[in-house]
Ligand binder design. Structure first.
Ligand code: GDP
Length: 622
């Protein structure tokens, strides 16, 4: 089996590195693969001479940029299966394919998302880095006491109660404990945690995994653990409800050990703290442990730079307008600063801290409510302070001309990335009908040994594929594999939005084989062929000594110099190659459309016969 795969791999031509990386999913007519194999389409070339195109643009603008007529662009789009009018906006994927079909090299411009991210990733001046408070998220099964624990921590430790400040809910709060600040995200649960991560905002330094001592490990405990692990966040276990008569700490420690979290008291390195959120016992131990785990990470930030933060929640207030609850991750946000937040911008009118007090500045790890945004942002949006109002507006205006386009990452794409060495690890979420299948698949996958790339199971459980699974896969750049299970409608929608690939199987062998092939970089893209035009040979001409050209009538579409072409005789393909000479009367032509006659020359083929059919086509890989 391995041998056969090895041969296959050796036999295929390497994927050209310049192949458009994000194929258009809407294209087009699928045909026989044996003929499509040797064809290499004109490629987008990311070299300096390539024309830069944005993530999306109108058909009209594309035509302008490519120095082509809009009609020609529209025709090419139609061949790709994309029906678009002059003013329709198309994504870069489609635009690059049109360019490729026309033999024009293009590359993608930097998007606003990347430029904002870069803006936020300004060079750190190492000299200004100082320790910052840790940001903590509390995870665990429903009813195990997350909310009660958050309340207990807040009520015993919020610093400013004595000045009469009301602690208000702003999505996160900061406590002061033994002279140290700790920030807690106030939205417990792994869905919110991973939703933010899926949007590129890693906001947690320490995860507290709450397990009720009377109930033990439950499905969401495992799910939460997998989410924390996928985020590579250190975990502190809080064994809660220790006040209950049926609390069984040893049982919990045993269960946790089975999950790979071996408590320190058992000789492992997982900090495990017994607490009672209700009676507020063990809270100090928990906070000590959090500080200890955080200390090892040496969390640092630079308060002297422009702020970067993340929106935890946002709401529209009747009198105040859009309000966002933001957690500052780096830099200092000040009243009067101009910011870009997701698709909106603003000038900071006022900032209010978690105790309801107005503040003029917010430092790293500090949660604040901000006022002054133009529109309501979304949770997970990144906030970046910029030079001035003008810059902020310009960044947003630029962004609004762009339409995000996501491409669902299929196994073919992953295989291609494995081949190019871009990825060395494939994170997968596995969902099965029953727990027995989960184990069977785990075991079968454990048998895959591979050097090109490794499989990493980030979560495996029984049940349908949910939004939480999609977020987890998305945040980890992974895929979801379902075995005799189904995808919840919301999850399907989210997967399309987030570009997460979901594969469903009914046979374990096929599942394992496909993943194995993917890891070896051997899953080939599906090759889709678009017919560009047809012609029929009406006469033969001699072209110099040995070469022969065919005098043809174009019956359908068009023939293009450089296009891939197939010669059919009695409806059977007898040759496939490229048009290297195309003439209209004596003139060399770039393309000949239906209704016209032309002379066609192909390298390596001279045996035309009157009546042969020529089919011009282009290849789209998906
Ligand atoms: P969440 O769903 O994880 O946020 O759990 P909650 O904080 O809402 O708690 C669920 C239930 O467990 C509530 O009735 C709490 O009062 C109760 N509870 C939480 N912590 C403790 C505890 O330490 N001891 C006892 N006896 N009950 C607790």
């Amino acid at each position: 089996m391995t041998q056969r795969r090895g041969n296959n791999r050796g036999g295929r031509p390497p994927t050209p590195p310049t192949q458009s990386p994000r194929p258009e999913r809407r294209a087009s007519v699928a045909i026989s693969e044996q003929l499509a194999e040797p064809v290499v389409t004109p490629l987008t070339n990311p070299d300096a001479a390539a024309i830069e195109l944005p993530a999306s643009l109108t058909v009209h603008k594309l035509a302008e940029d490519l120095h082509e007529t809009p009609i020609n662009v529209i025709k090419n789009l139609m061949r790709l299966g994309v029906m678009a009018a002059m003013n329709d906006v198309i994504a870069y994927d489609a635009a690059s394919k049109v360019a490729a079909a026309l033999g024009i090299a293009v590359k993608q411009q930097e998007t606003q998302a990347t430029s904002i991210a870069r803006e936020g990733e300004q060079e750190e001046d190492k000299g200004h880095l100082i320790a910052r408070p840790p940001i903590v998220t509390i995870l665990g099964h429903v009813d195990h006491g997350k909310t009660t624990l958050l309340d207990a921590i807040r009520q015993t430790n919020v610093a400013a109660r004595e000045v009469g400040g009301i602690t208000q809910h702003i999505g996160a709060y900061q406590i002061e404990y033994k002279g140290n600040k700790i920030t807690f995200l106030d939205t417990p649960g792994h869905a919110a945690f991973t939703a933010m991560r899926a949007r590129g905002a890693q906001v947690t330094d320490v995860a507290v995994l709450v397990v009720a001592a009377d109930d033990g490990v439950q499905p969401q405990t495992i799910e939460a653990l997998d989410h924390a692990r996928a985020a590579k966040v250190p975990i502190v276990v809080a064994v809660n409800k220790m006040d209950k008569p049926d609390a069984d700490q040893e049982k919990i420690l045993r269960q946790m050990a089975e999950l790979g979290l071996v408590a320190e008291s058992w000789g492992g390195d997982t900090v495990t703290v017994p607490v009672s959120a209700k009676q507020r016992t063990g809270i100090d131990d928990l906070l000590d442990s959090i500080l200890l785990v955080a200390e090892i990470q040496e969390l640092k930030a630079n308060p002297d730079r422009k702020a970067r933060g993340v929106v935890i929640e946002a709401q529209l207030d009747k009198s105040k307008g859009p309000i966002a609850h933001v957690l500052i991750q780096n830099g200092t946000l000040r009243v009067g600063d101009s910011v870009v937040v997701g698709n909106t911008w603003g000038k900071m009118k006022a900032m209010i801290n978690d105790q309801g007090r107005r503040v003029r500045a917010a430092e790293p790890a500090m949660p604040v409510e901000i006022l002054g945004l133009d529109k309501l942002p979304e949770a997970g949006d990144i906030l970046v302070a910029v030079e001035d109002e003008k810059t902020a507006k310009a960044m947003i205006a630029h962004h609004q001309t762009q339409v995000a386009s996501t491409h669902v990452l299929g196994l073919e794409d992953i295989a291609s990335k494995v081949r190019s060495g871009e990825i060395k690890e494939l994170p997968v979420v596995i969902k099965c009908d029953v727990q027995g299948s989960v184990e069977a698949i785990r075991n079968a996958l454990a048998g895959i040994s591979n050097t090109e790339a490794q499989l990493r199971i980030i979560h495996a459980s029984a049940g349908t594929i949910t939004e939480s699974d999609v977020l987890l896969a998305s945040a980890s750049n992974g895929v979801i594999v379902g075995f005799t299970t189904r995808v919840e409608p919301g999850a399907q929608h989210l997967a399309e939005q987030q570009g997460v690939g979901i594969r469903l199987y009914n046979i374990i062998y096929t599942l394992v084989e496909e993943l194995e092939k993917t890891l070896k970089g051997m899953v080939e893209p599906k090759v889709l062929e678009t017919i560009e035009g047809r012609a029929v040979v009406k006469a033969l001409f001699s072209m110099g000594k040995r070469a022969q050209a065919a005098g043809c009538a174009v019956t359908d579409g068009r023939l293009r110099r450089g296009a891939s072409i197939r010669v059919l005789r009695d409806a059977k393909p007898i040759f496939q190659g490229t048009i290297n000479s195309l003439r209209h009367f004596k003139e060399e032509a770039r393309e000949i459309t239906a209704g016209m006659e032309c002379g066609v020359g192909m390298e390596g083929f001279n045996d035309y016969q009157v009546g042969d059919q020529l089919v011009a086509f282009s290849i789209v890989r998906s």
